[in-house]
Design a protein around this ligand. Structure first.
Ligand code: PRT
Length: 114
């Protein structure tokens, strides 16, 4: 799983300065951060719609949700790449959080803020 993220991030770095005519990744970077963020928002919305339609008895709807989630992850990786980050920082953050209850983490944050 993280192997494909590794390979994808390498591909994203390689394609960043490619010809926008032949590379979708380069065309996104070329259009700039606002376009990339627009795509992330659009894919997030499409993922939510697909999740609403997903039905365990209908594999086509489940596949549609998987495809939309992949689009969302892909465009999120392009966003990170555009800002000089990659999936490893996100995996590190998830690893840091692993085993910490979301409720406990939120309570600790609120205590820090007060
Ligand atoms: N994983 C992906 C990937 N997932 C989705 N997409 C593209 O994301 C786009 C999303 O579809 P949409 O219909 O929402 O977008 P669109 O209508 O084409 O675009 P807009 O007009 O909305 O800007 C499609 O063009 C998909 O082909 C991807 N494009 C590239 N990759 C990876 O990135 C690598 C480099 O790609 P290129 O830079 O194109 O060579 C590829 O080898 C793949 O590994």
């Amino acid at each position: 799983m993280s192997d494909i993220l590794e390979r994808l991030d390498t591909a994203l770095a390689d394609r960043r300065h490619a010809d926008p005519e032949s590379s979708y990744v380069a065309s996104l970077h070329n259009k700039g951060l606002n376009k990339i963020l627009e795509k992330v928002g659009e894919e997030a919305f499409e993922t939510v719609l697909a999740a609403k339609d997903a039905d365990a008895k209908d594999p086509a709807t489940q596949q549609a949700l998987i495809a939309e989630t992949a689009d969302l992850w892909f465009h999120s990786l392009v966003m990170l790449s555009h800002l000089g980050l990659d999936h490893r920082q996100v995996l590190d953050e998830l690893a840091r959080r692993f085993g910490i209850s979301g409720h406990d983490e939120k309570a600790a944050r609120q205590q820090e803020d007060s």
